[in-house]
Design a binder for this molecule. Structure first.
Ligand code: ASP
Ligand code: MG
Length: 460
């Protein structure tokens, strides 16, 4: 992207994911991306690849001192492998900073062993972004970018819901306007995604993969024009390229379609990311920091082309609960009773289909979105009144597009190709933008491949 494309006051918030910051060479590539486009004013970083996973292990209950030492050693290998590439003038003070951070981390890990708390778990989890932001600031400086490290906790004010803290967007805006905006045109700031701070000054985290969301919130708070998400793929694909090599990068996609993809399982963006951008008409770009010259996907309000079929996403680990009325209750009473029980446990289903005497509910069990225990408690309660069957290990496959409920021949195009597959559930018509199926987990790849072949054959 050429800096001349932007007005002098244009503000881009650039977010780099973990694989982009995995080692010194990938970091250097990211630094050149920042340097090349002078509209990049705020850089939001994830932890280097793998670090947060180690920190998750470290943050758990009852991790022995020996195990803690091993995990911290793994993390230090990743960090020092990066810092060793600097000239000694930068390396020596930087290594001291990294050592200090490692010492503080090990202090928190010990206290977690003595007495576990969710608060300390978040503190531990925050270190990945602390390391990467500290180091990446130096990488940028080393190639002549005028930049400064910025502690995001000064602005990203949240509640105290550790592990999935909610951001106070108003406080964020005020703090950004006071602390960041006045200097933003003179210096590039490098800050952490994923972490925040509660009213008492405790570190919080926004949930796994939350850096995209942090970047979007910061873009909103700074009245940014553009949010660039740099990752390891050249944009958003029509489906997971690991499943079919036929998957194609999408050049342009609407916010609505992209949001649908993120919520229905496409891993490319954290699902909450697009809301702040949509509210403020901030254009979003997703591209690969490995191959920035290849361009990427532009997400915006108005796109030139709105195809019937845009993409296929999927989510594994879905649970289907089918409830049958054993007595001849009236349908309305039956459904009301089922949903009262769900409401009692604050459990909401992702998909629902119903006929007179039965209702099928699909629950997202992936990444512990809903604790399995909660589902079984609700099932037990339902069993007091109804006949209930539960099926695990299903996959949700969503065909995403435009105007799907008004297009003729969807049934034939979507289901015709997969008639030998046992489809456990279909939801079509409730949304204009998707048709959802549940299939057995083992059939996932085959279904996606066949659907992709038939629905996207028009793309060359
Ligand atoms: N480092 C955090 C994670 O791995 C946040 C992020 O990468 O977005 O979940
Ligand atoms: Mg990510």
């Amino acid at each position: 992207m050429n800096s001349k494309n932007f007005a002098s006051q244009s503000i881009t918030i650039a977010k780099f994911g973990g694989t982009s910051l995995a080692d010194f060479h990938t970091m250097l590539r990211c630094a050149h991306i920042v340097k090349k486009d002078t509209s990049n004013r705020l850089v939001v970083v994830s932890a280097s690849a793998g670090v947060t996973n180690y920190l998750v292990r470290l943050s758990k209950k009852n991790v022995s001192v020996k195990e803690q030492a091993l995990i911290i050693a793994e993390i230090s290998v990743i960090q020092f492998n990066i810092t060793q590439h600097f000239t000694s003038k930068i390396k020596e003070p930087l290594n001291i900073e990294v050592h200090n951070l490692l010492n503080i981390l090990s202090h928190y890990a010990h206290s977690q062993f003595n007495q576990y708390s969710a608060k300390t778990a978040d503190k531990v989890l925050s270190f990945g972004e602390m390391f990467s932001s500290t180091i990446f600031t130096k990488v940028l400086q080393s190639i002549g970018v005028v930049c400064e490290y910025f502690d995001v906790q000064q602005v990203m004010k949240t509640n105290s819901y550790f592990g999935k803290a909610i951001v106070d967007e108003q406080l964020l805006k005020i703090a950004c306007q006071q602390l960041l905006l006045p200097s933003l045109m003179n210096t590039v700031f490098v800050t952490q995604g994923f972490i925040g701070q509660d009213k008492l000054g405790n570190t919080t985290t926004l949930g796994r993969g939350g850096s995209d969301y942090s970047a979007a919130l910061l873009a909103e708070a700074l009245n940014g024009n553009r949010l660039a998400i740099w990752t390891d793929v050249v944009g958003i694909f029509t489906t997971d390229p690991k499943i079919t090599s036929q998957a194609k990068a999408i050049k342009e996609i609407s916010f609505g379609e992209a949001r649908e993809m993120a919520t229905l399982g496409a891993k490319i963006l954290h699902p909450a990311t697009l809301a702040p951008a949509m509210r403020n008409d901030i254009s979003v770009f997703v591209g690969s920091s490995k191959e920035p010259e290849k361009g990427g996907t532009h997400i915006k309000h108005q796109v030139d082309y709105t195809p019937t079929y845009r993409s296929i996403s999927h989510k594994r680990e879905q649970t289907l609960v089918t409830i049958r009325s054993v007595t001849v209750l009236q349908q309305s009473t039956f459904l009301a009773k089922v949903f009262i029980i769900l409401a009692k446990y604050e459990l909401s289903a992702d998909l629902v289909t119903t006929n007179e005497f039965s209702v099928a509910l699909a629950f997202d069990n992936s990444e512990n979105t809903i604790p399995t225990l909660l589902i079984s408690t609700v099932v037990e309660n339902l069993q007091e009144f109804f006949e209930v069957t539960v099926e695990h290990n299903l996959s949700l496959i969503a065909v995403i597009g435009n105007d799907l409920n008004n297009t003729k021949g969807i049934g034939q195009s979507v289901f015709g190709k997969i008639n030998e597959i046992n489809i456990r559930f279909i939801s079509h018509g409730a949304s204009t933008n998707n048709v959802c199926l549940l299939v057995k987990d083992k059939d996932t790849n085959q279904v996606i491949e066949s659907l992709h072949d038939s629905l996207f054959s028009y793309m060359t």
